[in-house]
Design a protein around this ligand. Structure first.
Ligand code: TRP
Length: 350
């Protein structure tokens, strides 16, 4: 297969990026820059799929879009070597989503667990956009014919749907695809999810069985990327634990979700394994481990928070990064859309 390896991923600008977003996604985005051409997108069109009361309105959306952009850059994503932009500036996302809407089947979308969770009990009142969200996500990826998609575990099902859509497009239009010079009959690749790192699932600091989430009521349940050192220290000191000392072996963490979570966070931030963490802290009390955890958290996150603050204060600069990224993204997207329109049979200006 002749697809050039390319990374694409997206983060929604829906407020308060936290440690879960950082360790589950952004850290991998940074790493993949070394080996691939990467496109990182602030998916503002996905962000408006729930009620305006949920996403906060126009001023909030713009603020959050700049904040996610700032988080990318402060974490080490290089917007000159790679592409950072916001989705709505490249019209190909919406255009390709329409074509893919006519490929995806209602039965496929009805299986999406994230829709069921987000729509809740009152499904009749959910927006059509929320239902269609996974098709727009497939369009995001396929618009750049991306092959590698670093995501959190919760996005696995959406990635599978993207693969099904790509495959059905290739099948349905096989002859036309070959007729337009793609001799192997493959226009879209099968994008692969990349779910890696020691902390792909960061759990709530108040309940080790629940994912860390921006929607949990208590702010003490999460560490936000913009928290200052004192706030981080307080939240970690208050984090739920159990009365036993830390185990010396990893298998001792199996039935202790809070201990497992804190050890996982330490390992991920320090760039070591859980095994290594337990070699140093196994048998000890949580209090001394928590002090060390505060130190790594502050050492890793404070410089990011400071840089984010600096960037967000200069909205013009951040906007220029997004405009420049969108221009480069559009060049790739336009090429895909030209071929996609030819393949479908849409007449266009040559
Ligand atoms: N749905 C993803 C999430 O909530 C965000 C997203 C939108 C995305 N488009 C994407 C992720 C394309 C990867 C690729 O995390």
């Amino acid at each position: 297969m002749a697809f050039v390896e390319r990374v694409f991923s997206g983060v929604q600008p829906t407020g308060n990026l936290h440690l879960g977003n950082y360790l589950g996604a952004i850290v991998n985005f940074v790493k993949m820059q070394e080996t691939h051409d990467c496109i990182y997108c602030v998916v503002d069109m996905h962000a408006i799929t729930q009620g305006v009361d949920v996403w906060g309105g126009p001023a909030e959306l713009a603020r959050n879009t700049r904040e996610v952009t700032a988080a990318f850059i402060a974490s080490g994503i290089d917007p000159k070597k790679h592409i950072v932009f916001n989705q709505s500036q490249v019209s190909g996302h919406a255009e390709l989503a329409w074509i893919l809407n006519c490929i995806a089947r209602i039965g496929w979308l009805n299986r999406m667990t994230q829709f069921k969770e987000k729509a809740g009990k009152d499904r009749e009142n959910a927006s059509v956009g929320l239902y269609d969200y996974p098709v727009l996500m497939a369009a995001d990826i396929l618009l750049y014919r991306a092959t590698h998609v670093p995501v959190g575990e919760d996005q696995k099902q959406h990635l599978e749907l993207s693969r099904d859509i790509a495959q059905k497009f290739n099948n349905d239009f096989g002859d036309s695809i070959r007729g337009h010079g793609f001799n192997d009959g493959l226009f879209f690749p099968q994008p692969e999810p990349f779910i890696t790192g020691p902390a792909t699932r960061v759990m709530s600091l108040r309940d080790g069985t629940k994912k860390m989430s921006k929607s949990e009521a208590s702010d003490n349940s999460r560490i936000n990327l913009t928290d200052d050192a004192n706030t981080i220290a307080q939240k970690i000191r208050k984090a739920k634990t159990d009365p036993e000392p830390l185990p010396s072996e990893e298998k001792g963490l199996q039935t202790r979700p809070e201990a497992d979570n804190l050890v996982g966070i330490y390992a991920a931030l320090a760039g070591v394994s859980k095994h290594d963490v337990l070699k140093d802290f196994g048998g000890g009390q949580f209090s001394s481990f928590k002090n060390a955890l505060v130190d790594v958290c502050v050492a890793k996150l404070s410089p990011i928070a400071d840089e984010m603050k600096r960037l967000v204060a200069d909205a013009g600069h951040v906007d220029q990064i997004l405009i420049d990224g969108a221009n480069r993204a559009r060049a790739i997207a336009d090429e895909t859309m030209r071929s996609a329109k030819n393949i479908v049979g849409f007449i266009r200006q040559p």
